[in-house]
Write a protein that binds this ligand. Structure first.
Ligand SMILES: [Zn+2]
Ligand SMILES: [Zn+2]
Length: 663
């Protein structure tokens, strides 16, 4: 008879706590069950990870109660969380809590399910007969499922090359074998058509997660999976933790998407978790994308992943023509007037005349993206963040896009008190209003987080676009993915340079991906399509290769740069960010940290300390120390030792990010 349990909690403390089993608990203690424990005079939720016969301390406290009738974590999930704790620098309990709905973390056992207002009203669809190429891949995947072999497949192919049909048929096979599977998508509302295809094929066997979901609905879906009533899960990164009894496959669609990386503790990458879970279960993983992450493609080229290049039914000549417009050339004709080049204006005019549709992309919302003074040159910035305030014309407010701080637009310059403020930079509101001037007859809608904040707004606009009640949609990344409308023959990119100027080694990759993705929205029907890309740097290779739909060309050039500069995939990065409300404290602390790491880990490549590219955020000054390594497993172990006992200084916080997605 066990006498004690070892429990972990969501506190950021890397240890277990011991409690005494009294026999008065509602249910028998078991590994993987939740318990209520006394902790610092409060009742907390904890998770049983181990039994002990002997007390670790004198008189451990009594358990308050066992919450669950049966464990909510399997042994595999506990093991996965322990791996996450080491890999991503969090506590075991923090990793466990990333895996479950919020209600469970608060100790709830049931929730009344409210009816979710977003219904999926979709006709059922039948499987297509796979073509030879698809069948070959499916045979390989199905063999893995059958034999319990772990293998990672990288499906490289543009939209329409047949990736989704492979996902669907592999999943069907998994279900037939009585197993379960998950398909990760970057964000449900951005990829409605992928979701529709799963629901139409598998009906109520599909559980769906999305970010705007009610807590009660999330809990209900989690329970359906747990009880074995939904064998397929479609959802964003957290769906990778679906509580399957018997996983059969993990699919990551758009595997290159940065949104698979969680930016808060635990800072995991859903693609890496999918691969880890699949390896533990001995099942295959499918990564699918038109623009593989450099890291993934590199592994595929080196034979670590099985590379599948899909050509599908798409022929080279059917790809939309991409026209690159050099915005320096006609600068004189545009002065003070417009952000839309004559080439783009003319193309849109023709498009509307022919009763076709267009998408105009710009990844910045608001009207003027910065305001500066013509006399003293100062830019109006947020007091709490190192970020220019963006002018929103509709609300007549200056808004910080990082902390959402809002102020009325000042009449005079707050620095020199002169009346020379100039509204500059282009956001989606400005593009929309200029389009109205150029094309007064066109029906135009804007799609960004300002107009799409209400639940269901996104689906409504897309429905009206489908019914051709709208001619042009202007939007942010919300329109970059997954949309498939046959009448869209024009796609415009207002500024291809936005990402190129960021101080991040992935800026070229992001630019290439974005243009490729947006371009993929044109010419989906029989009418063909054209893409117009406006840029001030037409000579940049990321833009050039994207215009030619040439991923291999881009990869070959970019991988050389990465090797020369020593960036991923040739090394792993670890970013340590220190933040404090006092600038001198954080600088001092960052210097002390870099010195300590240099001493404790000789030979390790340490970069910095230096202020973060975003040097101030929400009132905190931020400094980074960056570490490069060729042996990440060894490094994280050493780093844990080197960091333990480090005194950060008063009011300084530290975050460790392994494989960061931003600098
Ligand atoms: Zn001024
Ligand atoms: Zn701010």
């Amino acid at each position: 008879m066990n006498k004690y349990v070892e429990v972990v909690t969501s506190l950021p403390i890397d240890r277990t706590f011991q409690y005494k089993i009294t026999g008065r608990e509602s249910y028998a203690p078991e590994i993987g069950k939740r318990v209520f424990i006394p902790f610092n005079f409060r009742k907390r939720v904890g998770y049983i990870v181990k039994f002990e016969d002997d007390p670790a301390v004198e008189n451990p406290k009594d358990l308050i109660d066992v919450i669950d009738e049966s464990p909510i974590f399997t042994g595999d999930m506990l093991e996965l969380a322990r791996w996450m704790k080491d890999r991503y620098f969090c506590s075991w309990g923090e990793a466990l809590e990333a895996m479950i709905p919020g209600a469970l973390k608060r100790g709830k056992v049931s929730m009344t399910q409210r009816v979710d207002d977003e219904k999926y009203d979709i006709a059922s669809s039948e499987p297509h007969k796979p073509n030879k190429e698809q069948q070959q891949v499916l045979n390989e995947i199905n063999a893995c499922i059958k034999n319990g072999t772990h293998k990672v497949f990288l499906l490289h192919g543009i939209t329409g090359s047949g990736k989704t049909e492979i996902y669907l048929q592999a999943m069907e096979n998994v279900l037939r074998m009585g197993k379960s599977g998950v398909i990760l998508v970057p964000e449900i509302s951005l990829t409605p058509q992928t979701v529709e295809r799963f629901v139409s094929r598998f009906g109520d066997k599909v559980a769906i997660f999305h970010s705007k979901m009610l807590q009660s609905a999330r809990f209900a879906e989690w329970k359906r999976i747990k009880d074995g009533n939904a064998g397929i899960v479609v959802g964003p990164r957290s769906a990778v933790f679906s509580p399957f009894q018997d996983p059969g496959i993990f699919i990551v669609d758009e595997e290159h998407e940065p949104s698979y990386k969680q930016e808060d503790t635990p800072r995991y990458h859903a693609r890496e978790i999918a691969i880890k879970r699949a390896r533990m279960a001995g099942v295959p993983v499918i990564l699918g994308t038109a623009t593989p992450a450099l890291e993934s493609y590199h592994k595929a080229v080196n034979g670590e992943y099985r590379l599948v290049e899909l050509t599908g039914r798409i022929k080279e000549k059917e790809l939309p023509r991409v026209k690159v417009v050099d915005m320096r050339m006609d600068f004189d004709t545009r002065v003070g007037k417009t952000v839309i080049s004559p080439v783009m204006a003319e193309a849109l005019r023709n498009d509307i005349k022919k009763k076709q549709q267009a998408l105009i992309f710009l990844n910045r919302r608001g009207f003027s993206t910065f305001v500066n003074c013509g006399k003293c040159g100062n830019v109006l910035k947020c007091e709490k963040c190192d970020s220019p305030l963006v002018f929103h014309k509709e609300k007549k407010e200056m808004i910080c896009h990082y902390c959402n701080r809002r102020i009325p637009p000042p009449k005079i310059c707050p620095f020199c008190e002169e009346d020379y403020l100039m509204y500059k930079g282009t956001g989606t509101q400005k593009v929309e209003s200029e389009l109205h001037l150029i094309l007064p007859e066109a029906r135009i809608e804007r799609m960004d987080s300002d107009t799409m904040s209400k639940r269901g707004a996104h689906a409504k606009v897309l429905k009206r676009f489908k019914d051709h009640e709208i001619d042009i949609i202007v939007g942010t990344q919300m329109i970059a993915k997954g949309l498939d409308f046959p009448k869209v023959t024009q796609v415009g990119v207002i500024s291809a340079d936005a990402n190129l100027n960021l101080p991040d080694f992935r800026s070229s990759e992001r630019t290439f991906n974005l243009i490729t993705q947006v371009a993929g929205r044109a010419g989906r029907g029989d009418l063909g399509g054209e893409v117009i890309v406006q840029t001030f740097t037409p000579e940049h290779y990321a833009i050039g290769f994207a215009a030619k739909h040439d991923y291999h060309g881009f990869y070959t050039k970019e991988i050389v740069t990465r090797r020369e500069l020593g960036f991923p995939p040739f090394v792993n990065l670890v970013k340590i960010t220190l933040r404090s409300r006092k600038e001198e404290n954080v600088a001092k602390s960052a210097e002390a940290l870099a010195e300590r790491l240099g001493k404790k880990m000789p030979g390790v490549d340490i970069i910095g300390p230096a202020p973060s590219p975003m040097a101030k955020l929400r009132g905190y000054y931020r400094w980074n120390v960056l570490i490069k390594t060729k042996d990440i497993d060894k490094l994280v172990k050493e780093l844990r030792g080197a960091l333990s006992g480090f005194r950060k200084g008063h009011g300084v916080f530290m975050a460790v990010d392994v494989d960061p997605m931003s600098m």
